[in-house]
Design a protein around this ligand. Sequence first.
Ligand code: TLP
Length: 346
Amino acid sequence: MKIIDLRSDTITLPTEEMRKAMYEAELGDDVFGEDTTVNRLEQMAAERLGKEAALFTPSGTMSNLVAVLTHTHPGEEILLGSEAHILWHEVGGASTLGGVVMRTIPNDQDGRVDPGVMEQTIRPKQMQYPQTTLLCLENTHNRCGGTVLTPEYTSAIADLAHHHGLRVHLDGARIFNAAIALNVPASELAKPADSVCFCLSKSLSAPVGSLLCGTQEFIGRARKWRKMLGGGMRQVGVIAAAGIIALQEMVNRLADDHANAQHLAQGLAHIPGIAIHPEKIQTDIVMFEPPTTMSAPEFIEQMASRGVKFTYPGGRRVRAVTNRMVGTADIDEALNRVELFVRELG
Ligand code: TLP
């Protein structure tokens, strides 16, 4: 039985072209700044995101953590959406290692936070309060179902945060999905933010790596934090080489993943008992609810034994993420298997 893996776009394997580039990569010691392949990737990333400089990190988690460490001091407070990846899926590193208070603002279903509520949440300068110094946004928004933040919204909320003396970090793990969905350059989505990170290892199919982008001065300090966290890597051009191909070749094809997500959502909507709003699917993430006769973890377990893999984001929800390893015919097969299972339930 063919396994159809919709757990995440992180499962994508490197392409032949990536493997060849990795094999042939020109290398050096990146802690000395001498890996020309890494230098090239960092420069490309900074250009694509419209920032002065970039830093290659092993993961999105480390990029976000380094951003928080570089923007803040221990004892300060950062604002995040209530569904932020930094809050839910990064082991609390910002608090544990950065010593910052994580304060949440409700995320709406599109992954936004309300500007008025954000403004009200910023602490006045008062001796007893921690100082609020950073706002973190997420685009696309993972737990809100791959929803996109527009350049207009991002500018408006970042302007307000800046007006109150906060800095703004954008977790753009899937920023190229947002750029493709909105048909705008990623740099436009990143422009209002002081820093932005994105992942090569998700829908762009590179095996490892993320980039944190910002000003020269910011990235200079970030480089030191990365070293402290043990993220100073040596001949890492061997991985960065795949990242270069990811940026050059893999961005435009994201439209295929989005079309497959739409196809999956439409198909699920036709299966009696499945709750889903296909019109809300904007990129490669599809959230839905299984028939009420079973819990989401039960449904996921049953489907895994039928060769279709999903993940559990909590509550009644099931998550599917389309990706390069799963074609339209596989989506049809996944839909058949779900339908068969749901029909068996009666
Ligand atoms: N997201 C993963 C899981 O951690 C949930 C996934 O499968 O979607 N920011 C965002 C918005 C992310 O979605 C992720 C990974 C990260 C940061 C962290 O990236 P990595 O996994 O490289 O540390």
